[in-house]
Each structure stands twice: as C-alpha cells, then as structure tokens.
Design a protein around this ligand. Structure first.
Ligand code: FMN
Length: 189
C-alpha cells in the first residue's frame, strides 16, 4: 500500500536533542511526506520502553520496497541502536533461514527490496581512503551492511549518500545544499 514511498530509518541516539546533520537531513526529507516516510529508531524504541517490537517492525518493512538507513558514523560503524534493531528485527523465518524461497515469500521478506545508506562522518572525505589516516574508504566501512543486504537477498545501492567533515567548520549553507541533494537522491532511488 505504501510501496511507492521510501522508508528512511534514522539511527541517531539524539536526533531531536543534539544532532545537527542528521536532524537537518530528516527535516529536509519531511518536506516530501507523499514520497518519504521518516522514522526515528531511537525515539520510537525509547517510547516503547526500550523494546524493539519485531512484529511491529516487520509490518512496517512489509509496506516498503525501498529502505534508506541514515546514521552518523560512530567508531567506523553505526550507532548501537541500529545494530540492536538488526538483531531483533532480522529474525530467522522472517528475513532468512529455512529453505530459500522466492523473493517476497515467507522467510525471505527482505529479498528484492532496495537498501541504501546515508551516513555523516566527522572526519574529512580525503581521510576516508586506503592511503589516508582512516585506511579505508566509506564503501569499506559500510561492508558489514553490504554483506547483510547480500545475505538478505536485498539489492544494495552501492554508492551511499555522504556528508564528511561534519564537525570541521561545516557552514549552514553547505549543510543546506547537502540536505537538498540528499532529498533529491532519496526521491531518485
Ligand atoms: C561516539 C562517537 C563516535 C564517532 N566516531 C566517528 C568515526 O568513527 N568516524 C568519523 O568520521 N566520525 C565519528 N564521529 C563523528 C560523527 O560521525 C559526527 O559527529 C556526526 O556524523 C555528525 O552528525 P550529527 O550532527 O547528526 O550528530 C563520532 C561521534 C561520536 C559521538
């Protein structure tokens, strides 16, 4: 029923009270309620007494064919709320396991969905390189998410949306431009 809309799951521990980049991104996406549904994972889980309700999230995911995971890079990975969400929501018999069946059939519910990533990073773009201080590009940092998409038989969008240098003098104008580009990118998925 929502299949023409894109679901954006934001994983930030302080989206409403501390985030600058991810909050700005979310506000830009919320200008397109007819095409984009934005959900704040940490806030929704906190409102549910800290419980990640797998059945409820399965029902949400069932309604979308395109899903964007948006988060700030924390220790070259995602904030822990997203890892916890994956552990609870990707369950045996729903997303994987049992006999491999056709995409969309029981047990392979993420199969065939398009999955994309949007990440903000404090460090500079040129540092995210094999020859730079990080030692890895952003595609390599996101490798566990790419592998997870492969495991789920989902279609991984190879190029993430990014904003680097989130803490190094990023102007409001630069952030606005990036946020506007981000919304266009989500709409084009
Ligand atoms: C706990 C923590 C870990 C972080 N780890 C990284 C990191 O590994 N690499 C990086 O480039 N930035 C790192 N940062 C910086 C964040 O990615 C940056 O502050 C964030 O993307 C800005 O987005 P926001 O304004 O929505 O919080 C870290 C920040 C925090 C709080």
């Amino acid at each position: 029923m929502n299949k023409t809309k894109t679901l954006v799951l934001v994983a930030h521990p302080h989206l409403a009270d501390g985030s600058r980049v991810n909050a700005r991104w979310a506000r830009e996406l919320q200008k397109h309620p007819e095409s984009i549904e934005v959900r704040d994972l940490a806030a929704e889980i906190a409102a549910n007494d800290g419980i990640i309700d797998a059945d409820a999230w399965h029902a949400v995911l069932d309604s979308y064919d395109t899903i964007v995971f948006q988060f700030p890079v924390y220790w070259y990975s995602c904030p822990p709320v997203l890892r916890a969400w994956e552990d609870e929501v990707y369950t045996f018999g729903w997303s994987h396991g049992g006999e491999r069946v056709l995409p969309g059939e029981p047990g392979r519910k993420m199969a065939g969905k398009k999955i994309a990533y949007a990440v903000s990073a404090g460090d500079a773009e040129e540092h995210y390189d094999e020859a730079g201080p990080v030692g890895f590009g952003v595609a390599q940092v996101l490798a566990p998410f790419h592998a997870t998409a492969n495991y789920l038989d989902a279609t991984y969008v190879e190029k993430p949306w990014t904003l680097f240098g989130a803490e190094a003098g990023l102007s409001d104008e630069e952030l606005d431009r990036n946020a506007e580009g981000y919304a266009e990118w989500v709409l084009s998925l």
